[in-house]
Design a protein around this ligand. Structure first.
Ligand SMILES: [Zn+2]
Length: 75
């Protein structure tokens, strides 16, 4: 079970990283990035998945990867 989660996290991370990079090369020229630099990663407080800050959901206690995990951690 843990292994499955790890594989899923790696695949998701690779996908996000690639799609994020592809979009960024296009958009970076047109609009300047907000406060978050492109390499900044945050960790979901519930499942510890790493994801770009722009993709994370800000919760009361910290960032989450999804609304499900936010609700699980912050009932
Ligand atoms: Zn999570």
């Amino acid at each position: 079970m843990k292994l499955l989660l790890l594989i899923g996290a790696v695949l998701l991370g690779a996908w996000l990283w690639r799609s994020g990079r592809r979009i960024r090369t296009d958009d970076d020229v047109k609009r300047k990035a907000p406060e978050a630099p492109q390499s900044e990663m945050v960790r979901c407080l519930h499942c510890a998945v790493h994801l770009p800050r722009a993709e994370a959901l800000p919760g009361r206690l910290g960032p989450y990867c999804s609304t499900e995990h936010q609700q699980l951690a912050e009932p």
